[in-house]
Design a binder for this molecule. Structure first.
Ligand code: SF4
Ligand code: SF4
Ligand code: SF4
Length: 195
């Protein structure tokens, strides 16, 4: 009978490294740990991993704050000290290694240096490149694009623009623009919940 082989923490960590962003690496690892090797027999590891995932989601989602960094360090410290087995202690070591990088602070300041955390990116129309064809307006299902298809003598020829508060960063507008006039840049301001 085929038994499903449980992934090892080292394998999950190695797979996490396919991402450039350290926050995404940590989030991928912790989610994989919770789905596989984490057995739930001791609280510092089981509760700590769930809480760490929630905090990492805050940071990757543009809602991160100093309190999340402090909590992650506390969680990793507790796991290192009190986890019952090597898997929990290794997880704590991985978390502490990731937390030592600058990436976490950059994220709570609103920047993902690797450009992998969608919540910390902005889609924008480059006004000089936009020919007002209206294809992006038709592609956007979220009502985030403002503009009027060019109609000689009837419109003011204003280039299209993206309303940041409505944009969910789905990327649907990018491939339809024939001019390559939509760019994805690191957000000037972190996205806030409810914006
Ligand atoms: S530290 Fe080990 S025993 Fe404890 S919950 Fe984690 S994997 Fe299970
Ligand atoms: S990224 Fe998605 S939501 Fe944002 S403007 Fe483009 S299509 Fe609309
Ligand atoms: S698809 Fe591109 S060129 Fe056409 S209106 Fe949108 S941004 Fe402008």
């Amino acid at each position: 009978m085929d038994e499903k082989k449980e992934p090892k923490v080292e394998d999950i960590r190695a797979a996490a490294k396919a991402r450039g962003c350290r926050v995404q690496q940590a989030l991928y690892y912790v989610a994989g740990f919770l789905e596989g090797p984490m057995c739930g027999r001791c609280f510092p590891c089981s509760l700590g991993s769930f809480e760490a995932k929630r905090r990492l989601e805050n940071i990757a989602g543009g809602r991160g704050a100093e309190a999340d960094l402090i909590a992650l360090k506390r969680i990793a410290g507790n796991m290192l000290e009190a986890s019952m087995c090597k898997k929990g202690k290794d997880t704590a070591r991985f978390l502490l290694e990731w937390l030592e990088t600058e990436a976490f602070r950059s994220h709570i300041e609103g920047r993902c240096p690797e450009g992998e955390c969608a919540a910390l990116l902005e889609y924008r129309v480059v006004p000089a490149e936009c020919t007002m064809c209206g294809l992006c307006l038709a592609a956007c299902r979220h009502g985030a694009i403002l503009g009027e298809q060019r109609k000689p003598f009837l419109s003011g020829y204003l280039p299209f623009e993206i309303r940041q508060k409505r944009c969910v960063k789905c990327g649907d507008c990018l491939p339809v623009c024939p001019e390559g006039a939509i760019e994805v840049v690191v957000a000037a301001e972190p996205a806030k919940v409810g914006d």
